[in-house]
Unconditional design. Structure first.
Length: 64
């Protein structure tokens, strides 16, 4: 993802993994792996796709 999104992406990533801490161990493991894979897949996308990616993730009610 482009450099200007780095701090926003890191904060979002950290927040999602923090929320997973309250899940039962099996669900936490599954959720953590999904998030890690999803963020890794979008690491090198262009600016427009990075913006969409962030908007979609930040749109989840539990992250607000």
């Amino acid at each position: 993802m482009p450099g200007r999104h780095v701090s926003r992406v890191r904060a979002l990533y950290k927040r999602v993994l923090q929320l997973h801490r309250v899940l039962p161990p099996d669900l936490k493991s599954l959720g953590d792996q999904y998030v890690k894979d999803e963020f890794r897949r979008h690491k090198t996308v262009g600016s427009d796709e990075a913006q969409r990616f962030l908007q979609e993730w930040e749109g989840f009610k539990c992250l607000k």
